[in-house]
Design a protein around this ligand. Structure first.
Ligand code: EZ4
Ligand code: CO
Length: 406
């Protein structure tokens, strides 16, 4: 078999099937192409410019099998390192190259990463409600759909909007058209409410289902320590992003007070954002994503490093990660030994039509499928009818107007 290929071209496709996605399509002289996701929620066009102006010209003529060398070329070779825009662009290239590699070798990508280590990837879904009772209904509905793990979020009494809870009955989608929406935050109200809510949820759904919760970077370490401690009786699978994580040593304080497992890292773009968290065993689950973390190549290394310290993966999987990233996460998750859980926030039907894919959900697990490569395609004709629409994530303010972490 002739395996010598060259990259002949690459294009960025921006489309908005209910929300914006940035997709990189890399072409080769063998007629094989690969897809990568470069979506950075609310900052999409920065990645487009980075790819078109700075990355694509460097790819032409290279061997698409050289995933390690091309990754190093784009990372070390840029001199300017890290950051979500850079790493999403590199991630798009890396994932597209793994897709090409799998297609050329006629095997699913998980076989190139060590082969299947399990039958499927345990996933968790999002349940929410404007109050505890409707959040409980939502958790029950998701259990009925077959989910074995459910994230529960509810409206905090006294606050007009809460993270993870939609206004009206549409499914939750944080980015909105127009300028950034502003929401209000009160740590006092939240800390009074969250343990009571989980007491009721656990009572209503029994002890079998895994319950998760996303604090979404809102607390200080000592506040998070208190929350983790108060949630212990309700046996959470994890407490996510209890604090903004730039200060890695802050987790030492949380850790010394509570045995509630901790997940963090959806905004990280490098293992260097997490290496103190991991080597000190301050977290249990690393949430870095394939796209924002720079691709499959660095995430495989991050997972292997984490394994040494008993840290498992819990890759971010919200709707702003495109089906290409979902597939990449499932291939990697199937292959590594220290897979923990995968977030699954289903895309809209329109998104699924733009990105036909082989992965599927069944009875609490997701399966990447056995198509060569990643098993995701793009319907460019349909994508072309759905132009980019500027959208932003919200910002949050405390009750006195101080800007705080959303
Ligand atoms: O706010 O993906 O766990 N999931 C999350 C998401 C993030 C969005 C940001 O783009 O925290 O809802
Ligand atoms: Co989160």
């Amino acid at each position: 078999m002739e395996l010598s290929m060259k990259i002949t071209g690459a294009r960025v496709i921006v489309t908005c099937p209910d929300r914006n996605f940035v997709t990189l399509r890399i072409e080769t002289d063998a007629g094989i192409y690969g897809l990568g996701d470069g979506t950075l929620n609310g900052r999409e066009m920065a990645v487009v410019a980075y790819l078109e102006e700075h990355v694509i010209p460097c790819l032409i003529g290279r061997d698409p099998f050289s995933t390690e060398d091309i990754w190093q070329y784009l990372y070390r070779g840029a001199y300017w390192r890290r950051g979500p825009v850079t790493m999403s662009a590199i991630g798009a290239v890396d994932v597209a190259l793994w897709d090409i590699k799998g297609k050329a070798l006629k095997t699913p990508v998980y076989n190139l990463l060590g082969g299947a280590s399990r039958q499927g990837c345990l996933v968790y879904c999002h349940a929410n409600g404007s109050d505890t009772a409707s959040a409980i209904d939502s958790v029950k509905k998701h259990i009925d759909l077959g989910y074995l793990a459910v994230r529960a979020q509810a409206g905090v009494p006294g606050l007009s909007s809460s993270y993870g809870v939609p206004k009206g009955n549409k499914s939750y989608e944080p980015a909105e058209r127009g300028l950034p929406a502003e929401s209000l935050w009160s740590t006092e109200k939240y800390l009074r409410f969250a343990p009571r809510m989980f007491e009721e949820v656990r009572k209503a759904v029994g002890e079998e289902v895994h319950l998760l919760h996303d604090v979404h970077h809102r607390l200080t370490p000592i506040e998070a320590a208190r929350l983790g401690k108060e949630l212990e009786p309700y046996d959470l699978f994890w407490m996510e992003d209890p604090v903004p994580a730039e200060l890695q040593e802050g987790f030492a304080l949380i850790r010394s007070h509570t045995t509630t497992p901790i997940a963090t890292g959806e905004v990280f773009n490098s293992l260097h954002d997490a290496h103190e968290l991991i080597r000190n065993q301050w977290i249990d689950y690393l949430r870095m994503t394939i796209v924002h973390g720079g691709g499959i190549t660095p995430l495989k290394k991050a997972a292997d490093f984490a394994a040494v310290y008993h840290v498992k993966t819990g890759f971010h999987g919200a709707t702003d990660l495109s089906p290409v990233t979902m597939a990449a996460a499932l291939h990697l998750g199937l292959a590594i030994n220290n897979f923990g859980i995968q977030e699954h926030m289903p895309h809209t039907d329109l998104t699924d039509r733009v990105f036909p894919h082989a992965y599927r959900f069944h009875a609490g697990y997701m399966y990447p499928g056995d198509e060569p490569g990643l098993g995701v395609d793009i319907d460019e004709a349909l994508a072309g009818t759905l132009p980019y629409q500027r959208a932003y994530l919200p910002v949050a303010r405390k009750l006195d107007g101080t800007l705080t972490d959303w």
